[in-house]
Design a protein around this ligand. Structure first.
Ligand SMILES: NC(=O)c1ccc[n+]([C@@H]2O[C@H](COP(=O)([O-])OP(=O)(O)OC[C@H]3O[C@@H](n4cnc5c(N)ncnc54)[C@H](O)[C@@H]3O)[C@@H](O)[C@H]2O)c1
Length: 258
């Protein structure tokens, strides 16, 4: 028997051409899953994810899909079933943030943030579980939310609204999907070193102030988050549903907005 914990599993990871999504896709592949790597625009990033999965001995499929579009969502799920004949794990990772004073937020920017961070996971999860329910097979849904599903983030009201919504969506679906043997959990990262934080990483005073707020004294890495996702996707997490797993180096317990 293989010692790879996810051998034989099929995983879909949204927004997997960079950052946390790329790290999770590669880790799930290394643990034995066949991985469907979703990207929106960055094909080169998606190709790199595929390359790393294959280098680790895993199988992967690259699919272009914008999670804010229902047709693309269906295409992503259909491509998975066509290629691998099933799907077991969905990681709703794709996300964007857009900072502005609350009173300046445009409808366009609000829609963009809510569409990617909340509408996307809502309808991608719907398309994913429809097939599972039809075939009567179990499943795992892992949403990458944020500490801001719970903690304030002034000047990022739309992001907070979306991630807070994702928290309640997870709690609601845990009850509705539990009887179908589908678990739903959130991972809430704190400050992780990825492209979404480029502005912060380049602003040394702000970065140092943040580091002072993190008891473990460093930013999180993509691998830190990927390890937690791999655990939640594994058989060891079979009885876990309806919870948020915070991974933030202690930030939430020691946060002061600058
Ligand atoms: N980095 C952090 O500190 C941090 C903290 C908390 C939560 N998160 C969350 O982690 C997730 C990943 O972010 P990241 O830090 O890796 O940043 P990132 O910018 O590298 O990753 C976001 C990914 O989402 C993809 N994406 C955006 N819109 C999309 C769409 N419409 N369809 C498909 N894909 C789309 C992007 O192309 C990108 O690959 C996000 O949901 C983010 O909110 C990140």
């Amino acid at each position: 028997m293989s010692d790879k914990k996810l051998q034989g599993k099929i995983a879909i990871v949204s927004g997997a051409s960079s950052g946390i999504g790329q790290g999770i896709a590669v880790r799930l592949g290394r643990d034995g899953a066949s991985v469907v790597v979703d990207y929106r625009h960055d094909k080169a990033g998606g190709d790199e994810t595929i390359r790393q999965i294959q280098a680790a001995g895993g199988k992967a499929l690259l699919v272009q899909a914008d999670v804010s579009k229902l047709d693309d969502i269906q295409k992503l799920v259909d491509a998975t079933w066509e290629k691998f004949g099933k799907a077991d794990i969905l990681v709703n990772n794709a996300g964007v943030e857009k900072g502005a004073d609350f009173w300046e937020v445009s409808e366009k920017d609000y829609d963009m943030v809510l569409d990617v961070n909340l509408k996307g996971p809502f309808f991608l999860t719907q398309a994913f579980v429809k097939k599972l329910i039809e075939k009567n097979i179990p499943g795992r849904v892992i949403n990458i939310s944020s500490v801001h599903e719970d903690m304030v983030f002034p000047h990022f009201a739309s992001y907070c609204a979306a991630k807070g919504g994702l928290r309640m969506l997870m709690r609601d679906l845990c009850v509705e999907l539990g009887p179908k043997n589908i678990t739903v959990n959130n991972i809430a990262p704190g400050a992780i070193s990825t492209p979404i934080n480029t502005a912060l990483l380049n602003d040394k005073p702000k970065l140092n102030a943040l580091l002072n707020n993190i008891p473990l004294g460093r930013l999180g890495s993509v691998d830190d988050v990927a390890g937690l996702a791999a655990f939640l996707a594994s058989d060891e997490a079979a009885y876990i549903t309806g919870s948020t797993y915070v991974i933030d180096g202690g930030l939430m317990r020691n946060y002061k907005e600058q």
